[in-house]
Design a binder for this molecule. Structure first.
Ligand code: NAP
Length: 320
């Protein structure tokens, strides 16, 4: 599960680079959480393309073992191992030798734990299917996928860029789609599978300052409901989890640091309560797993008394 949770990690800035020499030094940024899960012994593939979308045939391709990729800023030589603490942001450098193409080139890096941050050339699907393949070859099957990873960015829409929204959508929605598509072939072949997508009340009753986060969770709900109809007859159950408010998580701690209003007590739940609810619902539950059922009142009140609902939101939710 940790691998799946972490399978969307990592880093790269697709950079246009001018290359006429035989050796092409390449640098790209990496962040702690993004490489932590990359497994020592696996390799990164560097491919160079002439087009910014990286859709043509690669003009150059090199695979480099993670051990051989050098940290150039804070650590001179780095060999990732399990839980090694990495600096929060750093640069990696590698030299691609034998590059003969001239003109602008665009770099794409793929491999376990590699997800591009910005830039044109992005490829993460291969990395996730590799993780699924590894689980299947080790355990013979894959029964449960929980799409949990997410980021929350609370900010005014006036301070939000397209890149901010794309990043949140890519991690929260794109990551879920990516893992789901990778897991489905094996689950359908088995005739059994459980997919739990961790959403949020904000996805069905949005609040100010959470446009991107709310949109990513709403997209997750729609995607999940649509595929659930098709997959249920094949033995694969897709469910959406609404965990309520869990105060002990990183996201909740960050929200408190940001001065975000606390949700009412009656939607507070512990991580244990959420886990138990998920386990109970895996076989018996319906499409929605509502750990704090009173949350479901919000969209109902909005539908029957929209003015009252709106006034309540304005009164209780401070603007960012
Ligand atoms: N806490 C709540 O009250 C609440 C309410 C509603 C919904 N949720 C949902 O519950 C889920 C878990 O959130 P949480 O509250 O437990 O917060 P959390 O502690 O911050 O967990 C978020 C997880 O997502 C991972 N993650 C973030 N960006 C990632 C990326 N690019 N690639 C891979 N993994 C990434 C984080 O990894 P790192 O540990 O490396 O940072 C972390 O493990 C989320 O989907 C959230 O939307 C939470």
């Amino acid at each position: 599960m940790r691998l799946l949770k972490r399978s969307l990690l990592a880093a790269l800035l697709a950079l246009p680079c001018l290359a006429r020499a035989a050796d092409l030094p390449v640098r790209y940024t990496v962040q702690e959480k993004q490489l932590k899960a990359a497994i020592a012994g696996t390799s990164l593939t560097f491919e160079l393309f002439r087009d910014p979308a990286c859709t043509t045939t690669a003009v150059h391709s090199t695979s480099v073992l993670i051990e051989n990729v050098t940290f150039i800023t804070k650590i001179k030589q780095f060999t990732p191992k399990g839980d090694t603490k990495l600096p929060s942001t750093d640069e990696l450098a590698v030299t691609l030798s034998g590059v003969s193409a001239g003109g602008n080139l665009y770099l794409k890096v793929t491999g376990t734990g590699v997800v591009p941050v910005g830039g044109a050339c992005q490829a993460q699907a291969a990395a996730v299917s590799e993780v699924v393949q590894r689980i299947v070859s080790r355990h013979g099957r894959l029964d449960i996928l929980v799409n949990n990873a997410a980021v929350e960015e609370r900010r005014s829409i006036l301070a939000t860029t397209l890149e901010d929204v794309e990043r949140v959508m890519r991690i929260n929605f794109g990551g879920m789609v990516n893992c789901t598509l990778a897991a489905l072939p094996i689950m359908v072949r088995q005739g059994f599978g459980r997919i739990v997508n961790v959403s949020s009340a904000v996805g069905r009753s949005p609040v100010p300052g959470e446009a991107a986060y709310g949109a990513s969770k709403a997209a997750m709900i729609a995607f999940s409901e649509s595929i659930s109809y098709e997959l249920e007859p094949r033995g694969v159950r897709v469910q959406v989890l609404f965990p309520g408010y869990v105060a002990t998580t990183g996201m909740a701690r960050q929200a408190r640091r940001d001065g975000q209003a606390l949700p009412p007590r009656w939607v507070h739940r512990t991580a244990e309560q959420v886990s138990r609810a998920v386990l109970r619902a895996l076989d018996a539950g319906g499409f929605e797993i509502n750990v704090a059922p009173l949350e479901t009142l919000a969209p109902i009140v909005r539908a029957v008394a929209p003015k009252i609902y709106r006034r309540a939101i304005v009164r209780t939710q401070p603007l960012p």
